[in-house]
Design a protein around this ligand. Structure first.
Ligand code: AMP
Ligand code: MG
Length: 339
C-alpha cells in the first residue's frame, strides 16, 4: 500500500478515506492518532492489524463537539458535562457507559467507551467532514514511543495505512488524561495532557489507579486494559534516574561508561556534561510542559542514534510531570534508580 502524505488543505481527502473505511494518521494536540471510522468495525479492526495492537486494548472515540456525547454514551453523569465544559476541546478522555451503536471492536467488548474532543482544529475539521466519530489510539507501532510529528507516523506506518495528514508538531506531546467516570469516586487511569491539579479543581475527589505509578502485579486485573502492556519503549533499555536534578545528573555522570553507545536524556542545564555521548535535551529542569512536548521525540532520536543503553533524568510529579514520569517509568520497564 502506498501511504499518502496529505497537507493541511487536504482535510476533505482525509475525511473521504475515513468514510470509505480506510486508515489515516491524524494530528491531535497530544500525539498523532491512527484513525478509522469509529462506527465501522472492519475499519477499526485494521487499526489493530497496522499497529500490532493486542485485541483487548480498547480505542478512544474522538468527537468534534461535546454535543455528540449523547449519540454514543448513556447514563452520562452531570460531572461529565462539567469536565467537558472546562477541558474540551482538549487532552481529556472520559470513560462513560456506551450505547449499543458503538462497536465492540472499539471498546474491546467493554460496556464503557473512552470519549475525547481534541483541541487540534484540523483534527476536529476532519471528524466533522467525515461525519462520524473517529476511533483512534496513538499512531505508533504497539509498544513504541508515540508519534508527535507526521514523519514519526510515517516512520512507523508507511505502507500499512492509506494516508497521514500533516498537522505539524504536537503541542502537548503526551497522550490524553483518562478519567473513569463510571465509578465512585472517579478514577485517574492515565495521567496526560490535563494535569491532575487542574482536574482536582472540578473533581473534588479523584482516586489514582495504582497502575499509574507502579507496575501491575501478577494476577492483578487492570482497570484500563492498556495498563498491562509494556509501553513507549525505545529499542535500547532505559534507566530512569529520579531525584533532585543536579544529583541525578551527577549520578549519570558517575555511572555512564566511556562507550559512545550510551545515550542520555537530560535537562538542558546538564546537556554539556555528556558531550561524548548522544544527548537529547528535555527542556529546562522545571519546565514540565516542555518535557512532555519533547519526551517521545527524545526516545525516538535515541533509537535513531543506535545507542545500546539510555540514561534518563526524571522530573518531579507536578504539572505535566506525572504524565512524563509515567511514560518514562513504562519506557524503562520500571528500571528506576532513586538518588
Ligand atoms: P492509546 O492512547 O494508544 O494508549 O489508546 C487508548 C487508551 O485508552 C488505552 O490505554 C486504552 O486502554 C484506554 N481506553 C480506551 N477505552 C477504554 C475503556 N472503555 N476503559 C478503560 N480504558 C480505555
Ligand atoms: Mg498508545
Amino acid at each position: 500500500m502506498n501511504t499518502q502524505l496529505l497537507g493541511p488543505n487536504e482535510i476533505e481527502k482525509a475525511a473521504a478515506i475515513l468514510r470509505s473505511g480506510g486508515l489515516v494518521g491524524i494530528p491531535t494536540e497530544t500525539v498523532y492518532g491512527l484513525g478509522a471510522n469509529g462506527l465501522n468495525p472492519l475499519a477499526v479492526q485494521n487499526i489493530f492489524q497496522a499497529k500490532g495492537r493486542p485485541q483487548d486494548n480498547p480505542l478512544i472515540l474522538h468527537i468534534p463537539d461535546a454535543l455528540w456525547l449523547e449519540d454514543y454514551c448513556q447514563e452520562i453523569p452531570p460531572l461529565a458535562w462539567r469536565l467537558a465544559e472546562r477541558f474540551w476541546p482538549g487532552p481529556l478522555t472520559m470513560i462513560l457507559r456506551r450505547k449499543p451503536v458503538v462497536p465492540d471492536a472499539v471498546t474491546a467488548g467493554l460496556d464503557t467507551v473512552g470519549m475525547r474532543c481534541p483541541a487540534h482544529a484540523m483534527c476536529r475539521a476532519i471528524i466533522r467532514a467525515a461525519g462520524t466519530p473517529i476511533a483512534a489510539p496513538s499512531g505508533n507501532t504497539s509498544g513504541k514511543p508515540s508519534p508527535t510529528t507526521a514523519q514519526h507516523m510515517l516512520d512507523d506506518m508507511e505502507g500499512k495505512i492509506d494516508a497521514v495528514l500533516d498537522g505539524g508538531s504536537c503541542q502537548v506531546g503526551v497522550e490524553s488524561t483518562i478519567v473513569d467516570l463510571t465509578c465512585q469516586p472517579p478514577r485517574l487511569l492515565r495521567p496526560g495532557g490535563v494535569p491532575l491539579e487542574e482536574l482536582r479543581d472540578v473533581l473534588k475527589e479523584i482516586e489514582l489507579d495504582p497502575a499509574v505509578t507502579r507496575p501491575m502485579k501478577e494476577g492483578e486485573t487492570p482497570r484500563a486494559p492498556g495498563m498491562k502492556y509494556r509501553h513507549y519503549a525505545p529499542k535500547a533499555p532505559v534507566t530512569v534516574v529520579k531525584g533532585e536534578p543536579a544529583r541525578s545528573a551527577q549520578y549519570i555522570l558517575d555511572h555512564i561508561s566511556d562507550s559512545y553507545w550510551e545515550g542520555v536524556i537530560c535537562f538542558n542545564e546538564f546537556s554539556h556534561w555528556f558531550e561524548n555521548h548522544p544527548v537529547e535535551a528535555l527542556g529546562g529542569a522545571l519546565d514540565s510542559f516542555e518535557h512532555a512536548r519533547r519526551l517521545f521525540r527524545a526516545l525516538r532520536a535515541m533509537d535513531g542514534s543506535g545507542v545500546k543503553h539510555i540514561w534518563a533524568q526524571c522530573p518531579g510529579t507536578g504539572g505535566m510531570g506525572l504524565a512524563v514520569v509515567n511514560r518514562l517509568d513504562k519506557a524503562a520497564g520500571f528500571h528506576i534508580v532513586e538518588v
